[in-house]
Design a protein around this ligand. Structure first.
Ligand code: ZN
Length: 265
């Protein structure tokens, strides 16, 4: 079985990382693209990033037999100075392009260095939920890392989705933990666990949570980026699950099939 990394930042992944991933059977990834923490000088910068992802980055992965898919989002950590209306219109066109499987990662980040106003972030999210609904697209929701904020913004996002009538089967809540997985599953959405050194989530911890919630709606990702990360996180979680006595079906679901089902791959 090939593993799928449900969220990694391909622009931050080296040639050597891609080779290691392929050798460890990680042959599928879903990747957002954003200028994390940097204010784009022009809305065109955001479009350039989307084009860079679709035109260059996906084929870098393909050279290592890794099937890469893109999320196209207007991020709360790289908010545009102007031109939001045009970007939102263009996003609809990008959602129709091959290999684009979702809007993401979007949502709330109180630590955003480009615009940390919760009301602004909510408007940005709502506009993108409307785009997702128009195009029957999935949407990947970033959640803050601090536990109380993770819970708070999970609740807030569920409320926003319900108010707008979004199909919760098209929603993936990312960077989930033991604090919010149950809420996400009860809302009928997918929960993704980011196994990442800076978050202090180890493969063993993720295996414990997966065994606890044993579900068709839980998946694993590395969120590999410029922060301390492990691009082999999904393969290591599969191994930790095996060591913890998980059956093959559960390992395949958590480390591959649930991600593909969520993103319609
Ligand atoms: Zn994120």
């Amino acid at each position: 079985m090939y593993y799928f990394d449900a969220h990694m930042h391909l622009t931050d992944i080296t040639h050597a990382n891609l080779k290691d991933m392929a050798l460890h059977n990680i042959r599928g990834i879903v990747s957002p693209v954003q200028l994390a923490g940097t204010k784009p000088n022009s809305p065109d910068t955001i479009v350039d990033m989307w084009d860079f992802q679709l035109g260059k980055q996906l084929s870098r992965a393909k050279a290592f037999m890794i099937d890469a898919y893109a999320m196209i989002g207007i991020s709360m950590v790289a908010t545009p100075k102007n031109g939001l209306e045009d970007l939102l219109k263009l996003q609809l066109e990008y959602l129709e392009k091959p290999k684009v499987v979702a809007i993401g990662e979007v949502g709330f980040e109180p630590g955003s260095k480009t615009n940390n106003d919760t009301e602004y972030q909510q408007k940005l999210l709502e506009a993108q939920i409307d785009n997702a609904m128009k195009m029957s697209s999935c949407i990947d929701i970033h959640l803050p890392n601090v536990m109380e904020k993770k819970v708070l913004f999970t609740e807030k996002c569920i409320g926003i989705f319900k108010a707008r009538g979004m199909d919760m089967k098209k929603v993936i809540f990312d960077h989930c933990s033991d604090a919010n997985i149950e809420m996400v599953l009860e809302a009928g959405a997918y929960a993704a666990i980011s196994v990442q050194p800076w978050r202090k989530v180890t493969p063993e911890t993720a295996a414990e949570w997966i065994l606890k919630y044993s579900s068709d709606y839980v998946m694993v990702d590395s969120d590999a980026s410029g922060l301390p990360s492990d691009c082999l996180a999904v393969a290591k979680t599969a191994f930790a699950l095996e060591q913890a006595g998980a059956d093959k079906v559960l390992i395949e679901k958590a480390c591959s099939l649930n991600c593909q089902a969520a993103y319609g791959i």
